[in-house]
Design a protein around this ligand. Structure first.
Ligand code: PEP
Length: 249
């Protein structure tokens, strides 16, 4: 089955009005991308970026969401609010949120549920720490993180979920997984999903994330189960990000 590639930039808590304007203008110069190209600014810039990208092919993502629908949740942002801003994807389960903000598998699953209820697509980040990899727990960790979401939303809802495999040891470290290492895990994830639904396993897009650069991306994108990339640091540089998009075909 051919799956469209997605190249998504996770800008994290970076940027200012000025730098984001210049970054988006740089990205808008990109022509004929075959992949879906996604940008995810911090909340305060979503509205501005939504207007800047207008009717272009760039797609908007957010970096977080509340699992609650509305009400007395000071400081939180609901899925419906994001949907009104033109957001399509929302990152959930990013390792920084799991480790720095103690987000649990169950909490992440409830965010997935809230997103789907508002018609948004969760981009579910999963991945093992270095210690877990060394203990040969990579697949067990990834599968546990996915199963927690399946338990809440069901396997069929994964027709509307994107998975981003991001080994924690590769995020922001400059130490990317090799294309073979990524393929091995992506294949395992797909095989796991196939146990519950063959069609979901064939349809679901699995992105790789972790120090992706233009120079490493071509080999990753050649892998049959790598359907794109979630890019942190390198997505803040329009030229580098565009080169990654081009490598995706
Ligand atoms: C990320 O934060 O999702 C990420 C993959 O970051 P980096 O590309 O900088 O490793």
């Amino acid at each position: 089955m051919t799956r469209q590639k997605i190249v998504a930039g996770n800008w994290k808590m970076n940027g200012s009005k000025e730098s984001i304007l210049s970054l988006v203008n740089g990205l808008l110069e990109m022509k004929n991308a075959n992949s879906e190209v996604v940008v995810s600014p911090s909340f305060p810039y979503l509205s501005m970026v939504s207007e800047l990208i207008g009717e272009s092919d760039l797609v908007l993502a957010a970096q977080n969401v509340s699992d609650k629908e509305q009400g007395a949740h000071t400081g939180e942002v609901s899925a419906l609010m994001l949907s009104e801003l033109g957001v399509k994807y929302v990152l959930i389960g990013h390792s920084e949120r799991r480790s720095l903000y103690a987000e649990t598998d169950a909490f992440i699953a409830s965010k997935a549920k809230a997103l789907l209820a508002a018609g948004l697509t969760p981009m579910l980040c999963i991945g093992e720490t270095l210690q877990e990899r060394e203990a040969e727990q990579t697949f067990a960790v990834c599968i546990r993180q996915i199963q927690a979401v399946i338990d809440v939303i069901g396997i069929d809802a994964f027709n509307n979920v994107v998975i981003a495999y991001e080994p924690v040891w590769a995020i922001g470290t400059g130490l990317s997984a090799s294309a073979d290492q990524a393929q091995e895990v992506h294949q395992e994830i797909r095989a796991f999903l196939a146990q519950s639904s063959l069609s979901v396993s064939q349809k679901v897009q699995i992105l790789y994330g972790g120090s992706v650069k233009a120079s490493t991306s071509a080999a990753l994108f050649e892998m049959p189960d790598v359907d794109g990339a979630l890019v942190g640091g390198a997505s803040l540089d329009a030229k580098e990000f565009i080169a990654i998009v081009k490598a995706a075909g």
